[in-house]
Design a protein around this ligand. Structure first.
Ligand SMILES: [Zn+2]
Length: 227
């Protein structure tokens, strides 16, 4: 369960310039997701301290683990792979090499449920993959169904994200644009009516003529039945 209470991290800073408090909300996996700040264009939060701009999670790691010469030379890894997390126990100093290995191990970011911005959960993704594989529902329709962008669905399909969920999933081929069941039904109705040329039906339904022909000969979309 996500707890929506807003926590404040006190870094004990007593500098001249007051800045807004470091606030966070604890996420499902114990991530401290930064709250009430704007992300910079690189996808990180920043904070000004001692007349210097720090990545917020770096500032916190230094604050927790010490401003040692060694730490200052290293990068801060997100063990949870959630860039927006500032939970000190999820942060670890490491080499740039280790840091990039983290990303590789995690697949491609954003990783999944643990990434702060994701509003899909593992169950949603399983369901999406099942629908992608077993129905002709479009990316757009799936996006609407799960209140995410069409591109999010495409990313799932192309295994750019959520690779770890439903491993036996076979992506839909890129080029084979899938037509919604509703459209297929409409095409079948129009074909049955017998009043229109296939060319005209194609225009009316916004699909190419070959598709209409394939539907007509039951070469494709055989599973979509009119009532
Ligand atoms: Zn975390």
């Amino acid at each position: 369960m996500q707890e929506n209470k807003i926590h404040v991290y006190n870094d004990g800073y007593k500098g001249k310039f007051k800045s807004s408090p470091i606030q966070y909300i604890i996420g499902d996996n114990g991530c401290w997701n930064v709250y009430g700040r704007n992300l910079d264009t690189d996808g990180y939060y920043y904070i000004s301290r001692n007349c210097k701009k720090y990545k917020l999670h770096r500032w916190i790691a230094l604050n927790e683990y010490g401003f040692t010469e060694e730490n200052q030379k290293l990068v801060v890894r997100h063990l949870c792979n959630n860039k927006k997390c500032i939970n000190p126990s999820h942060l670890k100093f490491g080499t740039p090499k280790e840091n990039s290995e983290d990303s590789v191990l995690a697949g491609i970011q954003p990783h999944g449920e643990t990434s702060g911005q994701s509003i899909l959960n593992n169950d949603d993704v399983l369901k999406i993959k099942e629908l992608l594989q077993n129905t002709s529902i479009t990316f757009k329709e799936l996006g609407e169904m799960f209140s995410v962008d069409e591109s999010t669905i495409q990313d799932i399909n192309q295994r750019r994200t959520w690779v770890h969920i439903g491993k036996e999933f076979t992506p839909r081929p890129k080029k084979d644009r899938v037509i919604a069941d509703e459209t297929v039904k409409k095409v079948k109705e129009l074909l049955l009516e017998g009043k229109y040329l296939q060319k005209e039906i194609a225009l009316m339904c916004g699909i190419d003529r070959k598709r209409v022909s394939d539907i007509n000969t039951n070469k494709k979309y055989k599973n979509v039945k009119l009532l």
